[in-house]
Unconditional design. Structure first.
Length: 131
């Protein structure tokens, strides 16, 4: 390893030592986790610190899409939840004012797709999207 290569990798190696997840550019030109390799930091391989996903609030269209999925429920707080039935879905789609008033308060709401027993299939989610 040359000194130039060592200088290039120094911040990545430091981040790896501090617990950050490191990725390498694989032969398909896609970023892949270097954790399985034990991060050997080979010459000729490009590395980076895995970027953190950023979250943003859902758009009106994304909220409508989620609320109109079959078996979608929303809840506020830990105890109280209520089904988003077809009437509420249609009312929200047909009357944007109702959806807009709901979207003003989405910070406190979560949604889930539930199974036939009423349990969330993959947990409760905030009305936000990771990018």
């Amino acid at each position: 390893m040359t000194r130039e290569r060592a200088k290039e990798l120094a911040p990545i190696i430091k981040a790896y030592g501090d617990g950050a997840e490191i990725e390498f550019l694989n032969s398909d030109n896609e970023w892949d986790s270097a954790g399985a390799m034990g991060c050997p930091f080979r010459d000729g391989t490009e590395y980076r610190i895995k970027p953190e996903l950023k979250k943003r609030p859902m758009t009106r269209g994304e909220v409508i899409y989620r609320l109109t999925e079959p078996h979608c429920v929303i809840r506020f707080g830990k105890e109280e939840y209520f089904p988003v039935g077809i009437d509420l879905d249609q009312e929200c789609v047909d009357n944007p004012v109702n959806l807009e008033s709901l979207m003003e308060y989405l910070d406190g709401y979560t949604y889930a797709i539930i199974d036939k027993h009423g349990d969330p299939i993959d947990g409760w989610h905030k009305f936000e999207v990771e990018e």
